[in-house]
Design a protein around this ligand. Sequence first.
Ligand code: ADP
Length: 487
Amino acid sequence: MSTISVAGVDIDTRHYIGGKRVASPESYTNTSPIDGTFLGEIARGNADEVDAAVAAARAAFPAWAKLGPVKRGALLNKLADLVEENVEALANIETLDNGALLRSHLRGVMPRVAMNIRFFADYAINDLHHDVFETRGHTNNVSWDPSGVAALITPWNAPLMLATWKIGPALAAGDTVVLKPAEWTPLTASYFADLTKQAGIPDGVFNVVFGFGSEAGAALTAHPDLSRISFTGSVPTAKIIARSAADNLTPVSFELGGKSPCIIMADADLDLAAEIAVEQYDNAGQVCLSGTRLLVHESIAETFAEKFAAKAATLKQGDPRDPDTDIGPQVHRVHFDRIKGFVDRAKAEGQNIVIGGEPNTDLGGLYFRPTLVSNPTPGSEIVTSEIFGPVLCMQTFTTDDEVVAMANGTEFGLAAVVVSGDRAHAETITRQLVAGTVWVNCFFVRDLRAPFGGSKKSGIGRDGGTWSFDFYADVKNTVISPNGWKE
Ligand code: ADP
């Protein structure tokens, strides 16, 4: 079967290559994390399908590149319009596929998908600096040229939203694309492929290959005909991709994991602090940016912990389609077991679990209770490893130097949150933090003009505004002499 019905919407489960649906000899089973419902059999791509997709993208590249940003922008804006018209379908499909909250998909995530495409299409037209300057009478002309075929490997925690952070700038820059979505959440990518067709994006400009990371993903990142590889996912997978890209010297952009600090200063508004801290459970903790290490000043730790516990107790766990639900299921059994493994090992070590610490047996399936580990042993894996689930740790500090050292004391550097009532004090801390993004008295505020990415093992490169084009485009300087002209 090549078409399945999900949330009343028809979805093709075959690859999208050169504007056509292409089957694979093998498939894999996709189920919903909400209740284990069978969703469909998905084409399981491998080297042959990847070769076909890269060849289609190569063939489509010259014409797409030549079209220029204005004509590309018109098609991409049409695509954004279609995403807006299909927010409800996309939201329902994504919720069934990855278990994230329907209300977030409807209100925030899917409208942002459209915004991502529109923003980068317009940015390529209006905001890139085509610098022109003189050197001893010679003119330097800086241009942002299309680079070729961009391979995009994306994760399952916000599938279409994160994919379009890459698809938007890649297509706007004039690159053609082969997308390999995460195997656990393939469905919105397929629906999106149909929208690209409806928008009139030429065949071969956007391609999707489904399948496993070790098969389709590995074949794609090893392909010699790529101009760029952009990947969002885990550090171990990034190392494999970096090795594979090295053989062809393909430039990479990586957005990886985190174990970000959420620092609560002694002078913080503790109600706000508790609210921000509880937000770190968003998306059932499956957010790379989450401030999973609550670092709390000793003098207010007890009061903060009470407020946090009271706030966390109000979170409603359940079916993500219910508008009252705050925390849904984990994405997949494998991932659920990974999270449970971390918590079980912490228990075995005698760590102090003060909230949750176990699956929600009332709900069964893949629902894990929001969990807090208090004063974990420094250096233990619960404080150093990314868990990517609803598991936070709380540690205390007494001095600024101590909290800065704790905050920066992991291999990651994706984000940091500081909650403080004193601007000058907050600034002395933020200046010393090693992180791609620092939020002060807020969380998750994101402007597409701003750089986004990770320091240390949290990534290579930055997305957003010019940073995205710096990666996807080939930046060129043309130097024109005043001499030799016949006019
Ligand atoms: P997780 O382990 O949480 O699923 P990954 O980083 O492994 O996170 O997965 C993110 C994306 O990377 C997915 O699309 C996955 O299919 C892909 N992927 C996994 N392994 C590889 C690999 N060896 N080569 C290329 N892509 C891969």
